[in-house]
Ligand binder design. Structure first.
Ligand SMILES: Nc1ncnc2c1ncn2[C@@H]1O[C@H](COP(=O)(O)OP(=O)(O)OP(=O)(O)O)[C@@H](O)[C@H]1O
Ligand code: SF4
Ligand SMILES: [Mg+2]
Length: 348
């Protein structure tokens, strides 16, 4: 059943984030293009996974979505309202009520001097939610929601295990009953044995509370399994958005195919598509298509113009590529294609 069109929870349009380069010194003119021309929406209740190599802008996108980072240009609409046109107080209240964020490392994200009870009460106090007695009740409710025994209410973060700390972080993100939670690598600082527990907790809460979830991870097979939709980023740009069921074999962007070919699936052996050279610097992204320096399908037009965002054959599928991979083309054929091109480019 196709859901009725609703106002997106959050919509970015033509969002850019440009930083002054850290390495260039105080007077450097170098700029880091962390996010470029992002058009992106999240619908109520959906799970969107974000994948891409280190430094491609995933955390920047996540921070822009929850109003933690102001884009250098472009707009962020939260439930149809322009976040950065609001007065600061109103923006804080809107963001605080509507969104929650879970970070990678719970040991640095939580205040080490505060017991769990105070950490969870803090957002309720700041946003003056209910009476003091209601806030205490909400703290107990949040702890039970994320599976933390009430006896831990007076524990400090340092007395908890990594998994318990991340449960506190999830509970805090949920304190004001948001409808969007953004989780940026929520399991990568945890022991492998507790990762699945935290992922299952997020999925379970999402179902029970009807949350939309934006989930950033290096573990792209997990992202694929958890998400309704997968967004691929490369050098600050969203290069493809695809329904999760399509992303492995039916993705059209060469980079998405290469990324997924380099990680083992449950059934498929690894058969990586070879790419030329390293990721270019985010201070000097290539002209035209950002992937063109490494892409085996690149031609002159790829250097000359940025490809439009083209729709795929299924709803919600879009990609930016002049020479997209043919729908359903097997990875092994792409490996052969890329290997042949690499062979022709080897110096003789
Ligand atoms: N405050 C900042 N000042 C300068 N450059 C920054 C700043 N924050 C991020 N960057 C740069 O912006 C780019 C995107 O960073 P971002 O953290 O969004 O990437 P990422 O995809 O989350 O990477 P990772 O997978 O390693 O977490 C990178 O080149 C990064 O070095
Ligand atoms: S536009 Fe050209 S360089 Fe970019 S991904 Fe497509 S074929 Fe490759
Ligand atoms: Mg990151």
């Amino acid at each position: 059943m196709t859901p009725a069109p609703e106002t997106p929870l959050v919509a970015l349009s033509d969002a850019h984030v440009v930083h002054r380069a850290r390495s260039g010194g105080l007077f450097s003119r170098d700029r880091v293009y962390a996010l470029t021309g992002a058009d992106f929406t999240v619908a109520p209740g959906e799970t969107v996974g974000v994948v891409g190599e280190s430094g491609c802008g995933k955390s920047t996108l996540a921070r822009v979505l929850v109003g933690a980072q102001r884009p250098t240009s472009g707009t962020v609409l939260l439930r149809g309202r322009d976040l950065w046109a609001m007065k600061p107080d109103e923006r804080r209240a809107t963001v605080g009520r509507g969104t929650g964020m879970v970070f990678q490392d719970p040991s640095t994200a939580l205040n080490r001097r505060l017991p769990v009870r105070r950490i969870l009460r803090d957002p309720l106090d700041v946003h003056r939610r209910g009476t003091p007695a209601e806030r205490e009740a909400r703290v107990r409710e949040l702890m039970s929601l994320v599976g933390l025994p009430g006896a831990l209410a007076d524990a400090l973060p340092g007395q908890l295990s990594g998994g318990q700390r991340q449960r506190v972080a999830v509970a805090r993100a949920l304190a004001l009953d948001p409808d969007l939670v953004v989780a940026d690598e929520p399991t990568s600082a945890l022991d492998v044995s507790v990762r699945a527990q935290i992922l299952n907790l997020l999925l379970d809460l999402k179902e029970r509370l009807g949350l939309a979830l934006v989930f950033v991870s290096h573990d792209i097979q997990t992202v694929r399994r958890m998400s309704d939709r997968v967004v691929t980023m490369y050098l600050g740009r969203i290069v493809e958005e695809a329904p999760a069921a399509e992303v492995t074999d039916r993705a059209r962007h060469p980079y998405t195919r290469a990324l997924f070919s380099a990680t083992p699936g449950l059934l498929d052996p690894i058969d990586p598509i070879p790419l030329a050279g390293p990721v270019p610097s985010a201070t000097r992204p290539p002209s035209g298509c950002p992937f063109r320096t490494r892409c085996w399908r690149a031609t002159d037009v790829c250097a000359a113009t940025l490809p439009d965002n083209s729709p795929g054959t299924t709803p919600g599928h879009r990609f930016r590529c002049h020479h997209p991979v043919e729908e359903g083309r097997p990875t092994r054929e792409l490996v052969a294609q890329a290997t042949a091109v690499a062979g022709r480019q080897e110096p003789t």
